[in-house]
Ligand binder design. Structure first.
Ligand code: SER
Length: 859
């Protein structure tokens, strides 16, 4: 059975048991607790948790997964991988242990036909229910049901908190007895080599909270996971995952590209396996919207990619190669995962660019490293390793590799010490910068007061001035409370007015100089503003309303993008202003016209449905469990504000919003563009601004119609006709021009010099290929003819010299052109019958003609 067939058989089997088969979710989970999808259950976490109602209570998937915790072992063992595929069947409050166990057994023995005597099982130590099912229903001998503890037979949660439960595993007896104990029976409890875990059945019935307490979940669930590559290696009877047909085409490609053979040398095999594994991880990560960077997911990708390149270098690679291997990954896996094929170009380009960059680092670092090695005795100092790392980003593990080859040691302790020192420096530098940002005053102020923000509920309020500071021609003012929204989370600040008994001021900007304090930048109109005064604050309502429309529309757009394009879409920046909104997000390619229309339709339907926009304060955990979108890496307090629009959108957000989506009126996308590889930008507008945008377009069309003297219905036809007419006229003009030039040529004087005919003519601004055509006409049917055709445009002159074949023995066009070029102050030359010259002195044309005449007279 091939790996692809195994995947299909698994899904088909569980489909026959009433499961809905779903495609794999993205490697990037919609889950702020996790960087990557680490198991098949991750996409269903909210359902297990009981926070979301399932649409199907039985699901089966083959899920792409990524785990990097054991990355250092990848390559060194037959089984460690970063990227892998996990087969799984799930029950959400539907079936439980009995079905999960008996079906798993049926699949391995009946479909995969693994011999029963080779199979063992493990259970959680006091799980009597599972024990009885295995013994009594399945018929496994008691001694082959091994009880084990929490470290192996309790799974989850994925992330710091969440669903988890005891589990039961099926193990395959490989017959390898290397690590079996001498005096007791060899079982899955004491041998890793002999027994290979092939399937994990988790009985997900608990929620683990942040204190590690296990609380029963509302329903009992099933989450099973079987590594596709591992099972394939068992049924294909090969030594490890890398020898299965899932990996071999990739390994073969590595062999071709790097000119190495698998299974010839132990150390080379390690590198080959590393590259085989990492090329899959890299391809899939890029396909799911991750790009190499120095943060979070991008950093993980960069590390994996560089590790692959490093092993390529160990195998002798001198230039980028990994993208060729990725190509094999796409070829092998593209049928099952069409995103690979769709984003092929991107995967290859991103990989190659990153490889090139890393190769440069390696080359520069290598030179320095060679110098260092030359001067080092026995040990390479930590200082040198640090310098290499600090200057070139040259990885210390390469230094170790190279040092080992040359029989040298590396002082890694010293290196670590220097690294720590530098981290320390960077930390204190950061603190200084942050401190400098907010002035002394605000720091002091923040210790005693906190500006209350009442701007969600009202746009007018009375407040007391508690601090003022003159800043150039402006005043910065802090009140005890304010209804002005300070610039934050992409939303621009409110503007408006402050007034008091004998004075007023314009609020131009509002910002947060330090957490807790809201500062207003104001321009005094008249009067004076002092500490302790009571004043009236009034937000510009029109502007605030327009901004609110755009902010709510931004949430709708975010949700619509995820619905239309997929959950890989993540906000990477946004601007919410009164006149427009701008939304940056991760996506690999330009949106098509259809996609843009689909997104506009989704947003506008939600507007037309006039759904209430509800804001609530709740605990961060509760919000995220409900599925609210939180930005990864963003800091949130314990209590967060959630903005929810029916079940269309739910986001953590502190911004100001409309009360009902109907208030937005209309949403229109104005542009869609790329801002960097993998990040797109949409600009859009709402309400009156959208209306005005459409009006401007309408006006434009009206202007065009007016100019063309036609109606909107006819304008396209009219333009087509005009273009067609223009085209015809152009052709006619060319014909006329060519006729006129031929006529000029025909009328040009021909001088008879002895038995040679000499023809010359000066044209006005004729293109060089036209001049060549004319020269063809000039000599056609002629004998004993020499022709000079000039074209003059401003202060440039071109010349074609033609000599009929019968004269070429005596007179060479090339010689004339060369000489002419000198006179005309340019260049020239050519064959005896055809030559060209050009120059920048048209006043000398006569000299060329006279020279040629004399030349012919002498012949
Ligand atoms: N979540 C479990 C695992 O990853 C079973 O799918 O092993």
């Amino acid at each position: 059975m091939t790996g692809d067939e195994l995947r299909q058989e698994f899904l088909r089997f569980f489909e026959s048991k009433g499961h809905k088969v779903l495609p794999s979710a993205s490697l990037i989970p919609n889950d702020p607790q996790l960087l990557f999808t680490v198991a098949g259950m991750v996409p269903f976490k909210p359902i297990f948790w009981g926070k979301v109602e399932p649409v199907y209570t039985r699901i089966a998937t083959c899920q792409k997964c990524l785990r990097t915790n054991d990355i250092d072992n990848v390559g060194r063992t037959p089984r460690h991988q970063t990227f892998f595929e996990m087969l799984g069947n799930f029950s959400f409050g539907d079936y439980f242990k009995k079905e999960a166990i008996t079906w798993a057994w049926e699949f391995v023995t009946k479909i995969l036909k693994l011999p029963e005597e080779k199979l063992w099982v493990t259970i959680y130590k006091d799980d009597e229910e599972a024990f009885k099912i295995w013994r009594d229903l399945v018929g496994i001998p008691e001694k082959k049901i091994v009880r084990m503890g929490k470290d192996t037979n309790f799974w989850g949660p994925a992330g710091p908190t969440g669903p988890c439960g005891p589990c039961s595993e099926i193990h395959y007896d490989t017959g390898v007895m290397d690590d079996c104990p001498k005096n007791e029976e060899c079982t899955p409890a004491n041998s890793d080599k002999r027994f290979l875990e092939i399937w994990n059945l988790v009985f997900t019935e608990f929620n683990q909270d942040e204190n590690g307490n296990l609380n029963p979940l509302p329903k009992k669930n099933i989450d099973t996971g079987a590594g596709l590559e591992r099972i394939a290696s068992v049924i294909q009877k090969v030594g490890g995952n890398f020898e299965t047909d899932l990996f071999m085409p990739i390994i073969n490609r590595i062999g071709e590209v790097l000119n190495v053979k698998y299974k010839e040398s132990n150390s080379k095999d390690i590198s080959i396996r590393v590259i085989a594994d990492h090329s899959r991880a890299v391809s899939f990560l890029i396909a799911d919207g991750v790009f190499p960077s120095n943060e979070e997911r991008g950093y993980v990708l960069r590390r994996i990619l560089r590790r692959a390149v490093r092993h390529g270098v160990l195998l002798g690679a001198k230039k980028p190669f990994l993208h060729f291997i990725n190509d094999a990954v796409i070829e092998k896996m593209g049928k099952t995962y069409p995103e690979l094929v769709e984003r092929r170009k991107l995967i290859l380009e991103v990989t190659q660019t990153e490889e090139e960059r890393f190769f440069k680092t390696i080359v520069q670092g290598n030179e320095m490293l060679n110098d260092i090695i030359a001067k080092s005795h026995k040990i390479i100092s930590g200082e040198d390793v640090f310098k290499l790392y600090d200057t070139y980003g040259f990885p210390p593990d390469i230094v170790v590799d190279v040092a080992r080859e040359r029989g040298l040691e590396v002082d890694l302790n010293e290196f670590e010490r220097l690294m720590e020192l530098q981290r320390e420096k960077a930390r204190s530098a950061r603190i200084e910068v942050e401190f400098a940002k907010s002035s002394e005053d605000y720091n002091r102020l923040a210790k005693t007061i906190k500006t209350a923000f009442v701007g969600y509920e009202t746009l007018n309020c009375e407040a007391t001035v508690i601090y003022t500071k003159k800043q150039d021609s402006r005043l910065e003012v802090v009140f005890d409370k304010t209804c002005f929204y300070a610039e934050r989370g992409g939303q621009v600040a409110d503007t408006g007015k402050i007034s008091w008994d004998n004075g007023s001021a314009i609020v131009e900007h509002v910002y947060v100089p330090i957490e807790g304090i809201i500062a207003h930048v104001v321009r005094l109109e008249y009067g004076e503003l002092h500490q302790g005064m009571r004043v009236r604050l009034q937000v510009d309502k029109e502007k605030r309303d327009a901004t609110a429309r755009n902010h709510t529309a931004t949430h709708l757009l975010h949700a619509a993008l995820r619905k239309a394009l997929g959950n890989h879409v993540k906000q990477s920046g946004s601007l919410v202003a009164p006149d427009r909104l701008r939304f940056d997000f991760t996506h690999y390619q330009a949106l098509t016209k259809d996609e843009i229309e689909q997104i506009e339709n989704l947003v506008n339907s939600t507007i037309f449905e006039a759904l209430p926009v509800v804001t609530q304060e709740k605990s961060y955990k509760e919000a995220v469990a409900e599925g609210a979108i939180a930005l990864f890496g963003e800091k949130y307090g314990d209590v967060v504000r959630v903005v929810k629009i029916s079940n269309f959108s739910e986001e953590l957000c502190g911004g100001t919003h409309v009360k009902n989506t109907g208030n937005i009126g209309l949403f229109k996308i104005i542009s869609e563009s790329a801002i960097s590889a993998g990040t797109r930008r949409i600009e859009a507008t709402t309400g009156f601004n959208a209306l005005n945008y459409l009006r401007t377009k309408e006006q434009l069309i009206e202007n065009i119609c007016e100019k063309l003297g036609t109606s909107q219905d006819e304008v396209s036809l009219r333009i087509e006709n005009l273009l067609e007419k223009n085209h015809i006229m152009q052709r006619e003009l060319e014909q006329l021009r060519s006729k006129s030039l031929t006529l000029q040529l025909k009328q040009a004087p021909v001088k008879q010099i002895k038995d040679i005919k000499f023809l010359y003519h000066i044209f006005d601004d004729v293109e060089s290929n036209e001049l060549r055509n004319l020269s063809d006409i000039a000599i056609s049917g002629e004998n004993s003819l020499v022709a000079l055709l000039f074209s003059v445009s401003r202060d440039k002159v071109n010349l074609i010299v033609r000599v009929t074949q019968d004269l070429t023995k005596k007179i060479k066009a090339g010689d004339i052109a060369k000489y002419a070029a000198q006179i005309l102050e340019g260049g020239g030359g050519g064959r005896p019958d055809f030559a060209q010259a050009g120059g920048k002195n048209p006043t000398k044309i006569n000299e060329v003609i006279e020279y040629t005449k004399r030349l012919l007279e002498q012949k």
